[in-house]
Design a protein around this ligand. Sequence first.
Ligand code: SF4
Length: 474
Amino acid sequence: MASAMTVKIHTPKQTTTMEIPVKTLSSDFMNSGGSNGRIGFISLGCPKNLVDSERILTQLRTEGYDVVPSYENADLVIVNTCGFIDSAVTESLDTIGEALAENGKVIVTGCLGVKEDEIRQVHPNVLAVTGPHAYESVVEQVHQFLPKPLHNPFLHLVPDHGIKLTPRHFAYLKISEGCNHRCTFCIIPSMRGDLVSRPVGEVLNEAKRLKAAGVNELLVISQDTSAYGVDVKYKIDFWDGMPVKTHMQQLCEKLGELGIWVRLHYVYPYPHVDDLIPLMAQGKILPYLDIPFQHANKRILRLMKRPGSADRTIERIKKWREMCPDLVIRSTFIVGFPGETEEEFEELLQFLEDAQLDRVGCFKYSPVAGATANQLPNPIDESVKEDRLQRFMQVQSVISAQRLQARIGNEYYVMVDEVTSEGAVARSFGEAPEIDGVIHINNEHDLVPGTRLWVEIIHADEHDLWAVPSEEQD
Ligand code: SF4
């Protein structure tokens, strides 16, 4: 039985990964010495949820609450849940159970919060349940069960950029909430609602504050980054006294002017993504695209209610690489979707061969309670799904290994994430934190996280790269 809340960071060891929820609890910002209302906080799930956790914690710290790292020192525990897939629901329910057993006073928030009945059926004693991005409601519930402390502004200073759960040198920048798509395997729109874009001026101000606080890399996230601004008809906002459109391209142009790394995640494969490639070729934003293609066969994509066809996607990737030869593409796929035939699966394998993607994650399809895909006929047998996953991984790991081998001898500007007993662990534009591989710079112990330097790649496997510092550092 755990006596303290644990910190678990998912660090995949393979190029082809099964993505699982991340359970995090950072202690950077904690203050365990005071006798104010003391709150324990557990953040589960994806980076989007992590940003929600950062906002809730920022508000609570601003009000003077202490955030403590153990169940026994907390007056109350908040669990920010994930409900994306069934295993995430199970992990969320287990974590709530653990918090109840260890502490007894638990407030639940996050994606699973929309299913209050389901939570209360298993855990009738939770104090309160609120839904995703309902920051004010969580804080109101905290006030109800743990009165606002007497606030001493000198003891409870909160930095301008708020509380961050990521290391100091990179940060997630969430540009919108919700999603207008209705992919049949996904229940996120029913949990988080339709797309609501944040005003572009507000997003840019946050980016500027993060840079001022030492952040060197911004990871732009949302449910569908390419849809940014659709809901407000790309309306004009103002930033630094200048008009800026609430549009992906203008946002990227402005972020590119900050002079720090800007990495795009969760981009939908729409034609207007083409317009972002010149910004990458010009070095304004990182030449890295995280595009969840999910499948390649037209019929399966239609059943998933996803756009695109393999031919057009291959053409587009070719064009992108002509415009920006350094471009690194990451994607995720689902195998064993209901009704997927052997031929359709083989078409997906052929797509992998043709697309030559750099980094790929793969899920076996699993029905999510409430998803419309559950009503589709011809579910795929578990053993067939497993077999397809293995075959998929075999094909992609050869491709990933070859693409990494091709980088040997090249020089890259990298950023150090951590220093271990073996040396420094860093990333270049080609590796996003948490989900991709890393660049090991063995025997370099004097570097500190956030340092940037030039390295030469000397070795690669199918997931990671090894490098030595370049002789010239300009
Ligand atoms: S784009 Fe599709 S998979 Fe992504 S959140 Fe929206 S509905 Fe879900």
